[in-house]
Design a protein around this ligand. Structure first.
Ligand code: FMN
Length: 198
């Protein structure tokens, strides 16, 4: 891929012991690599300390906000991404607290970027978390794409090696979402560029 290849960060939202998130994210990251339109970076929030105590000045009002040094690498990886796909379960009809903390510790990193979702859980397949994320990212001036991937009753869909029993439908859903993400990521990267167009 060229140095101008768009960057996609795939974010594993859940951090609990025994979580299923890495299985879903590994499947999606493979779909994203096969799509060949992004350089793919998988960010595992379980590897980052995410304190709940934010600084006194909200990130929106402080472009130079100080974060814990242990968060610097996460911040760098979020900042270079042109697009994100968040892999999230429903936790009590919403998102895991780990993901909300990671979002709230940042601000400009999400600005004018595009975001897609892969959800999984019981009956709702992550859709309740995804709908909350659309509201959250609207506040952060990010564009969430229409298409998504959802795995209701995820525990029946994957084998012990993390392969889907019936992969074609989810693969088509991932491709449709990645197509939309690529369109928006290209448009927003050009719009964010300080270079005049043309
Ligand atoms: C705190 C918590 C809340 C949950 N709430 C829901 C829920 O509202 N709806 C649902 O279908 N499943 C719910 N579940 C079940 C999760 O979908 C399931 O445990 C899934 O494996 C969680 O993702 P993870 O393994 O990556 O943490 C919940 C699980 C946890 C741990």
């Amino acid at each position: 891929m060229s140095s101008t290849t768009l960057q996609l960060a795939v974010i594993i939202a859940s951090v609990r012991e025994g979580r299923f998130g890495p299985v879903v994210s590994a499947w999606f990251a493979e779909q994203a690599r096969r799509h060949r339109s992004f350089e793919v970076d998988v960010i595992d929030l379980a590897e980052v300390p995410l304190p709940l105590e934010l600084p006194s000045t909200p990130p929106a009002l402080d472009p130079n906000m100080q974060r814990p040094a242990s968060m610097a690498e996460l911040t760098r990886r979020l900042a270079v991404a042109d697009a994100y796909v968040i892999v999230t379960p429903d936790y009590n009809r919403s998102i895991p607290a780990s993901l909300k903390a990671a979002i709230d510790w940042h601000f400009s990193q999400w600005d004018a970027k595009t975001i897609g979702f892969v959800g999984y859980s019981g009956a709702s397949g992550g859709l309740l978390a995804i709908e909350h994320l659309r509201q959250i990212f609207n506040e952060l001036n990010a564009h969430t794409v229409r298409n998504y991937v959802s795995f209701p009753r995820f525990f029946e869909l994957f084998d012990a090696e993390g392969r889907l029993h019936e992969p074609d439908g989810p693969a088509a859903a991932a491709t449709a979402m990645l197509d939309q993400l690529h369109w928006w990521a290209s448009a927003l990267a050009a719009a964010r560029s300080p270079q005049p167009v043309g």
